[in-house]
Design a binder for this molecule. Sequence first.
Ligand SMILES: [Zn+2]
Length: 271
Amino acid sequence: MPELPEVETVKNTLKRQVLNKKIELANIYWNNIIAFPQVSDFKRCVQNQKINNILRRGKWLMFELDDYFLLSHLRMEGKYFIRNVGDERNKHEHVIFQFDDNTELRYHDTRKFGKMYLVDKLTAYSVKPLCELGLEPWDENLTVEYLRERLRNKPIKSELLDQSIIVGIGNIYADEILFLSKIHPNRLATKLSDKELSDIIKYTKVTLEKAIELGGTTVKSYTSSEGVHGRFQNELLVHTKASCPICHKDIVKTVIGGRGTYYCPSCQSEH
Ligand SMILES: [Zn+2]
């Protein structure tokens, strides 16, 4: 599944490819991808809208049109390709935006789990799905006090994955952040000290910035729209590793909240 750094990479790639293009029409071949509004309204509203910018919020790509935000979540397998009008349609290309310059932006999704919303630009942040998202890792409101208010009495690993608290921390990144913060993944979030919460904030930024710089981690089926593969996987310290890069003890693999979790039993003490 593409994580925040991968979505950021896709965003930057698409910005080079589709900025300032005008959508002449949209063809939808799998209606369930359009979550809002109804397909007929979606098709009518995107017509003649220009792509003025592309932003990202959490794992949502936000195409800024003249009057709307087109929000796109890639979920498991979503990808975008640029093709020419008339190029044969791949059977996994479910939504096709035709531009006025004879090119097309095609949304490809073998699993069909991806979702798109077309929301009014003025209210986009106060309606679903964006209103349900927590803070970005770089938001200045992400403070120890904010975390104290929001974290529940659950393992910190699970809380870091909760997108309504902080967006963009996927499973791999949560393990790396906790390793750098020297915090055992099973410790209760409400029992962490101010210093530990502050370390989590610091290393969340460090880890995601580095992952963005390297284009994310390679996930088996994931490619960005230019086929870029992330190099962050070469930099992992604990996730999927056999021994700790600091103390050389064996890394432990366990399951927390249903997710495979790696930690160093010596550097990340349970108490
Ligand atoms: Zn260690």
